[in-house]
Design a protein around this ligand. Structure first.
Ligand code: F6P
Length: 296
């Protein structure tokens, strides 16, 4: 059996562990597209052993590379990818919602596919958990933990900007791990008067303030400028947590999720002869058929 795997969209900590588990099971029958659907379109497909998966299972990133591939959404790009995918018995796709869509489209056109949700945003609608989320949240908590003692030393405030594209789950998870003084996950949360008051109160008590900001809402410098109009004497800094969320080594929890996602994928590939997605719902792993969208 010839198995093809690709990692699509943003890389997610834990992807390499899944790749390693698949390699352990399928060995030289496992092939990889370089850089997701881009590699599928360009037929940039080689045995995964050439990416040297041994010893990399616990590293972040993806040894077989990722990409965002708008070309796969065009008819010509898709047809090219489809032709190359058809040379394999099954195609395994790791990624987010967009990648799931691409995966299903291949399946609708006669390719056997298996999907694994993997994105730090944890917003794949069919699954309660997407690989990489725990690591991303922990990376933010660690950053805030490491920065706040310095803010406290000066009674400063700090805006921590975290990833999450259009989804507030990372910010909300971070706020559980490090309860911040204020959290902004949408435009309506930008209440300058209230934030300035919190910063001022903490400052007067001899404390710093941690303000959590989800990306793509407002530039952190604009936020600082407007807050400084209300509180000109308090220093406000900004830290963009950014790519450390994707580049941090997967936590033990994500490594465990990766092993489980891989185990279920291997089972479906080897024994079930069907297409589907591996999902995690209500504390359990399931295999769902591509027509079954689960709760959205
Ligand atoms: O999809 C995961 C993610 O990290 C988002 O949280 C973020 O908005 C985006 O990717 C960044 O994408 P890129 O790496 O293409 O800049």
């Amino acid at each position: 059996m010839k198995v093809l795997v690709l990692t699509s969209g943003g890389d997610a900590p834990g992807m390499n562990m899944v790749l390693f588990q698949l390699y352990k099971r399928f060995g030289h029958n496992l092939y990889a597209c370089r850089a997701g659907f881009k590699g599928l379109i360009n037929n940039d497909i080689i045995p995964i052993s050439e990416f040297k998966p041994l010893g990399k299972a616990k590293q972040a990133g993806s040894i077989i590379k990722c990409s965002r591939c708008p070309e796969f959404k065009t008819e010509a790009g898709f047809n090219q990818g489809l032709e190359n995918a058809k040379r394999f018995d099954v195609v395994v796709v790791l990624g987010g919602n967009g990648s799931y869509k691409g995966c299903k489209q291949l399946n609708d056109n006669g390719v056997r596919t298996v999907f694994i949700p993997a994105t730090i945003d944890n917003d794949v609608h069919i699954s309660d958990y997407s690989l990489g989320y725990h690591t991303a949240v922990q990376a933010c908590v660690k950053t805030i933990d490491n920065v706040m003692p310095s803010m406290d030393a000066f009674d400063r405030a700090c805006i921590f900007e975290v990833m999450g594209r259009n989804c507030p789950r990372i910010a909300k998870g971070v706020n559980l791990g490090y309860p911040c003084d204020y959290m902004i996950t949408s435009k309506k949360d930008i209440d300058y008067k209230k934030i300035a008051e919190i910063i001022k109160n903490n400052h007067d008590l001899g404390k710093g303030s941690a303000i959590l900001l989800k990306e793509r809402i407002i530039k952190n410098q604009t936020l600082i400028k407007n807050l400084n109009k209300l509180e000109p004497k308090i220093e406000i800094k900004a830290v963009t947590v950014g790519y450390t969320q994707r580049g941090s080594a997967p936590t033990d929890i994500d490594l465990e999720y990766a092993r489980k996602f891989a185990k279920f994928a291997i089972n479906i590939i080897s024994h079930k002869k069907i297409s589907g997605a591996i999902i995690y719902k209500k504390n359990k792993f399931y295999i769902i058929n591509n027509d079954d969208e689960g709760d959205s």
